[in-house]
Design a protein around this ligand. Structure first.
Ligand code: ZN
Length: 311
């Protein structure tokens, strides 16, 4: 059995942030420049506190360290994943992340970063950056040296419900007017390639051109995603991606459905509607963990949620 683990999000104020974490999800946020809610995180830059139950007041990193049985006895120094909700009122910088091997050597043993995005909402005519147009490293270097940013980046139309897998080495950027659920490796290593020449406190933010050039894959290739829906009693589920770091599945429950927790742990992100997980009321915007050995659980209501787990 065991109990579901509910966490207090950690909010991050940034230049490009907005107020949607409050207006869409009802969270009390530090300001109307709140760009990120770290909803399930044990990262040292935002370690979520447990809000109820036997471990109330402890952090997720503490739980990982002291109760590994709740995570199926997985190995590893750090809790491997991080779930964020991102409110991009303005554009994020154009960036790229290293893989584990590069980060281990160049970033003091930190994890690399593979991430994926589910578009919770966006304004009409929104766009997103995924990929670039340089065929070779030489062409990439030339385009960066000549600051031909708009020729370099691939800007794509964006719609609510879109899903993207961003592998390390992929040039990417969330753009203004979108709200995104991000599931990622627990890493904060970002190489900034271009920041629209914006100033923060009168200065441009630091760029990391050499490291970006090191890690960007040429030519760009879209990562594989999936979209095959399965239906069962009271639910439809669609696996969106399965990569070496995580599997993410979208679930729509209408009525009553029973699921079994047969993974080391499951991270649940409710993004539409409301209902109950066993007896616990949940609604849009809530994120929580179902530990190892919990067994089966019953979801009732009309709601959509993401189930993320390690592989
Ligand atoms: Zn990123």
């Amino acid at each position: 059995m065991g109990e579901m683990i509910f966490l207090q999000p950690v909010f991050k104020e940034v230049l490009w942030g907005g107020d949607k974490l409050q207006t869409m999800f009802g969270y009390s946020i530090p300001s109307n420049h709140t760009g990120e809610g770290w909803m399930i995180s044990a990262h040292p830059k935002g370690d979520c506190q447990i809000t109820e139950g036997s471990y109330k007041g402890e952090t997720l990193s503490w739980l990982w360290k002291n109760h590994r049985e709740l995570f199926g006895g997985l190995d590893g120094e750090v809790f491997p994943l991080l779930v964020k909700i991102i409110d991009a009122k303005d554009h994020l910088s154009i960036q790229v992340h290293p893989d584990d091997a590069y980060a281990a050597v160049h970033e003091n043993g930190a994890l690399g970063k593979t991430e994926c995005w589910y578009v919770l909402d966006c304004e009409p005519d929104s766009t997103i950056v995924v990929g670039h147009n340089a065929k070779t490293k030489e062409e990439l270097k030339a385009m960066i040296a000549e600051k031909r940013w708009m020729d370099l980046i691939q800007i794509r139309p964006l719609h609510k419900g879109d899903f993207f897998q961003i592998n390390p080495g992929t040039v990417h950027a969330i753009r203004g007017g979108s709200v995104i659920l991000e599931i990622q490796q627990s890493s904060d290593i970002t190489y900034r390639l271009y920041d629209y020449d914006r100033l923060q406190d009168g200065k441009p933010r630091e760029l990391h051109l050499d490291k970006s050039i090191d890690v960007i894959r040429c030519p760009h290739e879209d990562a594989a995603t999936e979209s095959q829906a399965e239906t069962g009693e009271g639910f439809t589920s669609t696996r969106l991606v399965s990569c070496p770091f995580y599997t993410v599945t979208k679930v729509h429950v209408s009525g009553t459905a029973v699921f079994s927790q047969n993974q080391p742990f499951q991270m649940i992100s409710v993004f539409e509607g409301e209902g109950f997980f066993d007896k616990k009321p949940v609604k849009k915007g809530m994120n929580f963990l179902i530990p190892s050995g919990y067994g089966s659980y019953t979801v009732t209501g009309n709601l959509e949620f993401m189930v993320s787990s390690v592989n």
